[in-house]
Ligand binder design. Structure first.
Ligand code: NAD
Length: 331
């Protein structure tokens, strides 16, 4: 058996090599993404492992199938960039990695929340300028606060465990209730109740058409004055203009954003200087001492990257050998 892996980054390569050695299966690592210009390299392989934001086009998928490759394993969760018609037409089986390390995301959420509460950004700036005074930057303590967690899936639950460790009171909202958390009585029935009670709101829901810009002017208006917002979920959940207005008015005391609605093509790029970042709204946010922007790095840990590579390879082997895998995606 031989597998080809596209878009392999330097940080992924050691985990791929280790897996190949342990399993005794040949894996060809290709740095380029899978497209019309690289697909021919897959000839002679039994399966392909991939990860990219650019589309997996019908032309590419037709070609893979014509080479006899019917096993495609994504190293990430989302499959919206895969041409579904071409998948069905060619009977290609596709897997994803639905959970590679919920803790990776939850730990960044908690880290950034603590940085906001302890005003570390402000103190870093003051200290760099020789200002070693305390006032007026007095901190809040998480154990005195109520954290409202929106969505109690894998990441939301990992975040709850960490926030609990700090002694925070937790309330949560989800369209489906987790039975264990239900027993603890932490769910509120409506978002409005969560907005009214939470000192911190930690967002962990997927983005759908229905909840696009769920944090808009109206939602911010229902939140407590001085609320802290943590969003390591999806940029589309937050109306950026409304957030800027809420920061300007002081309604929102601080925000930690690992995602941004216009992040594609901007995050994970080196522009060479701050001024060269081609997005004025993003620069407006980054410049604020009470806003912490990170370029979608929550998943970027050794554990998560290792799992993304090795889970995808394991799934690819199952597709090739058995024609099925528990992470198979329905199209
Ligand atoms: P999951 O599928 O385990 O859980 C999602 C939860 O959201 C479920 O409990 C579901 O019932 C709930 N939900 C769905 N729609 C909802 C709505 N409208 N309101 C409230 N709850 C709703 O997902 P997960 O693995 O916990 O991922 C959560 C989010 O984190 C996703 O948006 C995902 O894209 C994002 N994510 C970000 C990174 C990063 O690097 N920043 C990495 C992985 C995942």
């Amino acid at each position: 058996m031989k597998i080809i892996a596209y878009g392999i980054r330097d940080d992924e390569k050691p985990y791929l090599d280790q897996w190949s050695k342990d399993k005794g299966i040949e894996v060809k690592a290709v740095a380029e993404l899978l497209d019309e210009s690289t697909v021919d390299q897959a000839k002679g392989y039994d399966g392909a492992v991939v990860y990219q934001q650019k589309p997996y086009t019908a032309e590419v998928l037709d070609k893979l199938a014509s080479f006899g490759i019917k096993s495609l394993s994504l190293r990430n969760v989302g499959v919206d960039n895969v041409d579904a018609d071409a998948i069905k037409r060619n009977d290609i089986k596709v897997t994803n990695v639905p959970a590679y390390s919920p803790n990776a995301i939850a730990e960044l959420a908690a880290t950034q929340l603590m940085r906001l509460l302890r005003r570390t950004n402000t103190f870093d700036c003051k200290i760099a300028n020789g200002d070693l005074r305390w006032a007026p930057d007095i901190a809040d303590e998480l154990d005195q606060m109520t954290v409202g967690v929106i969505a109690t899936g894998r990441i939301g639950r990992a975040a709850i465990n960490i926030y609990k460790g700090f002694g925070a009171k937790i309330i949560a909202y989800d369209i489906f209730h987790n039975p264990e958390l239900e027993k603890e009585g932490i769910y509120v029935d409506t978002l409005d109740e969560l907005y009214a009670q939470a000192d911190v709101i930690s967002l962990h829901s997927p983005a759908t058409k229905e909840n696009e810009h769920m944090f808009n002017d109206e939602a911010f208006g229902k939140m407590k004055d001085g609320v802290f917002i943590i969003n390591p979920a999806r940029g589309a959940l937050v109306d950026t203009d409304a957030l800027i207005r809420a920061l300007d008015s002081g309604k929102v005391a601080g925000a930690a954003l690992d995602v941004y609605e216009d992040e594609v093509g901007i995050f994970n790029t080196d522009f060479g200087s701050f001024d060269a970042i081609p997005d004025e709204r993003l620069k407006n946010l980054i410049k604020r001492e009470n806003v912490l922007v990170t370029p979608h790095i929550a998943f970027f840990t050794k554990t998560a990257v290792k799992n993304m590579v090795q889970f995808a390879l394991n799934s690819n082997v199952n597709l090739i050998e058995k024609g099925s895998d528990e992470s198979q995606v329905k199209f």
